[in-house]
Ligand binder design. Structure first.
Ligand code: CP
Length: 309
């Protein structure tokens, strides 16, 4: 593994290996064990061209727990605002000794462009981690969601999982569907209005529901999605009140799922739009543990990349 750009096509053995490697790192993530030296002497550059709270911060924590030097490029105050191209910016960061880029970008494919540029310029030793590109992929979010599910449910092959909301604009949903199907979940459902589903949704290997009550019946895992307003044109924007009525997760709707169902959300949450506070803060929610597991999973990914694993 030189780069982590997508979960599509990654074999089950590698997904499982990442989750297995992450498991002991949870003790470091939760500060029960001190730093590890696995990235000592390495420089990790966080280059986020879109806003982030969880991903950027947990990558920084993960890299620091592995003893790396972490540099956060503040894109809004960087010279990209003066017209410097992405690749010129990258070349300059390489000249500062980057060993790994963690990149988020609004354009699908931007991390691929970066990886290709590094290869073309003989810098194959530098790794790229996709921290979310457009509506394409968010592989480490997909992995931390799988870690969370495995933590609470153990066996993927006995689960029914529902992904609810704006699948059309969601890079998280694509990475989740890729990982869930590879790990052997027998039934992955998506629950959304037609306008928020990709036209080729049937080819994603999922069961489609437009009625949330129908789709939630008996599910073991509910994965909520935010309305990605920033990627919608005016015509697509649903009113939040209307959306909540049909696709908001309330205690009443959650009661249709399995008694011990867990509720995930990648964040940021919009309370009262896709999820009611009573659910977000309730006993079924594992939304904050997701964030903590994200540190361990990102430690696993970075240590594997640094080892050229
Ligand atoms: N889940 C996620 O990507 O959150 P951030 O946008 O805060 O990084």
């Amino acid at each position: 593994l030189r780069h982590l750009l997508t979960l599509d096509g990654l074999p089950k053995a590698i997904l499982t290996e990442i989750l297995d490697i992450a498991a002991p790192f949870t003790e470091v993530a939760e500060r029960e064990v001190k730093k590890l030296p696995l990235l000592r002497g390495k420089s990790v550059f966080n280059v986020f061209f879109e806003n982030s709270t969880r991903t950027r911060t947990t990558f920084e924590i993960a890299a620091k727990r592995l003893s790396a030097d972490v540099i956060n490029l503040n894109v809004s105050t960087s010279s990209t605002s003066k017209g410097e191209t992405l690749l010129d910016t990258v070349d300059n960061l390489c000249a500062m000794g980057a060993d790994m880029f963690v990149m988020r970008h609004a354009s699908s494919g931007a991390p691929y462009l970066l990886a290709q540029h590094l290869r073309n310029t003989g810098r194959d030793h530098i790794s790229v981690v996709n921290a979310g590109d457009g509506r394409h992929a968010h592989p480490t979010q997909g992995l931390l969601d799988m870690y969370t599910i495995r933590h609470y449910k153990q066996d993927f092959t006995r689960l029914t999982v529902a992904i609810v909301g704006d699948v059309l604009h969601s890079r998280v949903a694509r990475s989740e569907i890729a990982a869930l199907t590879t790990l052997g979940v027998p039934e992955v459902r998506v629950i959304a209005p037609k306008t928020l589903l990709p036209t080729d949704v049937e080819r994603m290997g999922v069961r489609v529901f437009h009625n949330m009550e129908e789709g939630l019946k008996g599910v073991d895992v509910v994965m909520m999605l935010r309305l990605q307003n920033e990627r919608m044109s005016g015509a697509l924007l649903p009113s939040s009140g209307e959306y909540f009525k049909f696709y908001g997760l309330t205690e009443e709707k959650l009661a249709l799922a399995a008694k011990d169902a867990i509720v995930l959300h990648p964040g940021p949450m919009n309370r009262g739009v896709e999820i009611d506070s009573a659910v977000a803060d309730g006993d079924h929610a594992v939304i904050l543990p997701q964030v903590t597991f994200g540190i361990a999973v990102r430690m696993a990914v970075m240590s594997m990349l640094a080892a050229g694993n």
